[in-house]
Design a protein around this ligand. Structure first.
Ligand code: DMJ
Length: 629
């Protein structure tokens, strides 16, 4: 609708002028992307200012202090208590005499800089991609320090860190296909597609994780196939003569090879791994994580609807439903590891990061894509349990007193806090909150992760919020923070990605001493670079209001298309009881608050009177809380 576009346009304009880059410029002392910003940021001075202004000390009633006092006494640090600022201080004006460092730092983002960032994101992608093609293809990954290819670790089958992901199927090339289109490189996209068609086979003696093969390979193949054949031609006419649905056939072939994971399981929850030639290995464990088993529906569902065979969607849905039925009656929460035969929870930790993240993500994204109301009901119930049991801190992100909101890891049955770390995978959650229309909570959680980024110039795999220190130190170039940033329609820079050895970008082994590992995971090109580029490419076809797309959990672009909302079969779930067996209306509307990947901003944003998405005082509090000053 016209009026809607105008409102959205105005909101976006306002954001880009005034709210925007509390992210981009807040790079802290560790980071710079090859150039210096004029704004100097004297943390010591700011700290003094903060102390003077606030009287600084926290009250005893904060949840984090209670934990510190009772359980983890080795930590002396406290979370600063924030009092309400007077309106005069709260609604800092853009023109308010440069008194506030945060406003000065984050309130503008020149077009020239944006263009420069866009160019750098592109360069970064091509440095990794070209070198992968030069030194590593047809192997799965590039070792960016030795400039060599890497395939499965055949000498050590128990090396699941590598073997879960690398299947001897040119992983990086496949995972990267749609990023080439997002960057506007149709020629290379077509060349890459032809290479995949000509060289890739899944008839391999590789034992891979079902989840990883699904999100990185299957998801990319169907995304590239859809974009190739999309009659709307969002990226121009990218199809080529002679294309005969080969990518779809490859996707189907792979999915068939994954199906044994869903057999001989008494719960319907799949085995975690399959051998692409022989099926489930005889010595397979009976345990899987919730995200691994419950995040297959987007790719499997699209495949089913593309080829008119309900099998794939059916097994994926059955797994989701089985997991869902095992949630705690008390808290409504799920654990992170489950036995697929007994349905017993082996891991009772409930959080938003590793082992659980994309389970929640796919409940909502499945609904957005397929319009099955049951998916949305599950998502809403899960979200409510998360807010009730995982979320700590003050009630409102941008108002009131107390610690900033934070999502902790709790016991799924009792709701008690199990540890004091959060992981870097959880940084995706603000993006999901945006899709769910909960922008306020998204802002605070994003700000927390961003503060950690500022401190280390990367996200440590695990950060201990009580000790204000990383628990697990590596950073494998993950996309989650930039993904959320993109979905918050902000612009940022992930400056520390300048970990450029000889021929690619290397995993940071240690976020403090910045030592590196010789590995560049495929999601760096498929997700991290893609989201970075999109942040700065305002004119990208994906941002046109007539184009509605969603990103899979691996960042693959999929159109929200009527044809995915129309089933070609009558009884999708003949064996399911209850809600999943219900006949659904054909095209239920999207929830009104959902913001898809083109630039729709929830309207309450435009009503705000302050210039930054998060008041300076709260940003300062978060920075203080992660030990930035
Ligand atoms: C990606 O492979 C996907 O985003 C997945 O859902 C979990 N995270 C990794 C990258 O960190």
């Amino acid at each position: 609708m016209q009026w809607r576009s105008i409102v959205v346009g105005l909101v976006v304009l306002r954001l880009s002028l005034s709210c925007v880059l509390w992210l981009a410029f807040g790079l802290g002392p560790n980071v710079s992307w090859g150039f210096n910003f004029h704004l100097s940021f004297n943390l010591h001075k700011l700290d003094l200012l903060f102390r003077e202004e606030k009287g600084t000390e926290s009250k005893d009633n904060s949840w984090s202090q209670r934990i510190q006092a009772h359980k983890y006494e080795e930590t002396a640090t406290t979370c600063a208590k924030v009092e309400e600022e007077s309106p005069k201080r709260s609604y800092l004006s853009f023109f308010d005499g440069n008194k506030d460092e945060y406003v000065r730092r984050y309130s503008s983002f020149p077009d020239t800089l944006k263009a420069k960032m866009k160019g750098m994101a592109k360069e970064m992608f091509y440095f990794g991609y070209d070198n992968y093609m030069k030194y590593a293809f047809p192997e799965d990954e590039l070792n960016p320090i030795d400039c060599e290819g890497r395939g499965p670790d055949v000498l050590n089958p128990s090396n699941i860190n590598i073997n879960d992901v690398l299947g001897n199927y040119s992983l990086t090339l496949i995972d990267t296909l749609d990023t080439l289109l997002v960057l506007g490189n149709v020629t290379e996209f077509q060349r890459a597609v032809k290479l995949v068609i000509d060289t890739v086979s899944f008839d391999k003696d590789s034992t891979v994780q079902v989840f990883e093969a699904n999100i990185r390979i299957l998801g990319s193949l169907i995304s590239a196939h859809i974009l190739l054949t999309d009659p709307k031609h969002p990226f121009g006419n990218v199809g080529f003569e002679g294309y005969d649905n080969e990518l779809l056939h490859l996707a189907h072939d792979l999915a068939v090879r994954l199906l044994p994971a869903f057999e001989n399981t008494s719960t319907g929850i799949p085995y975690p791994r399959v051998n692409l030639k022989t099926g489930v290995p005889p010595d397979s464990i009976n345990e899987t994580c919730t995200a691994g088993a419950g995040s297959l529906l987007v790719e499997f569902g699209i495949l089913s609807r593309l080829i008119g065979d309900s099998t794939f969607e059916w097994v994926a849905r059955r797994a989701v439903k089985a997991l869902w039925n095992l949630r705690s009656n008390e808290t409504g929460l799920l654990g992170n590891v489950v036995n697929i035969q007994t349905g017993q929870w082996v891991g009772k930790q409930s959080g938003l990061g590793a082992g659980m993240d994309s389970f929640y993500e796919y409940l909502l994204k499945s609904y957005i894509l397929f319009g099955e109301k049951e998916d949305y009901k599950m998502f809403q119930a899960a979200y409510e349990s998360i807010q009730n049991h995982l979320r700590k801190g003050r009630e409102s992100c941008n108002e009131g007193e107390g610690d900033p909101p934070l999502y902790v890891n709790v016991n799924m049955f009792s709701g008690e806090i199990m540890n004091t770390w959060i992981d870097s995978l959880q940084a995706f959650f603000p993006g999901l909150q945006v899709l769910n229309g909960d922008v306020d909570n998204a802002i605070c959680l994003h700000a927390f992760y961003y503060a950690i980024w500022k401190r280390f110039g990367a996200l440590p795999e695990r950060y201990n919020w009580q000790l204000q220190a990383p628990d697990v130190l590596f950073y494998p170039l993950r996309p989650e923070l930039v993904e959320s940033t993109y979905l918050l329609y902000q612009v940022t820079t992930l400056t520390s990605l300048r970990k450029m050895p000889k021929c690619g970008y290397a995993t940071l082994h240690h976020v403090v001493d910045k030592s590196k590992e010789d590995r560049m995971e495929s999601f760096f090109l498929s997700e991290t670079c893609k989201y970075l580029y999109l942040l700065f490419d305002e004119d990208n076809p994906l941002h046109r209001s007539d184009n509605k797309y969603i990103f899979t959990t691996e960042g693959h672009v999929v159109p929200i298309d009527k044809r995915f909302r129309e089933k070609q079969w009558n009884d999708l779930f003949p064996c399911e009881e209850g809600a999943l067996a219900e006949r659904k209306p054909k095209n239920p509307p999207l929830p009104s608050k959902i913001s898809l990947c083109h630039r729709h901003i929830v309207s309450s944003f435009s009503e705000r009177r302050y210039t930054l998405p998060l008041k300076s005082v709260y940003m300062r509090q978060i920075d203080h809380m992660v030990g930035l000053f």
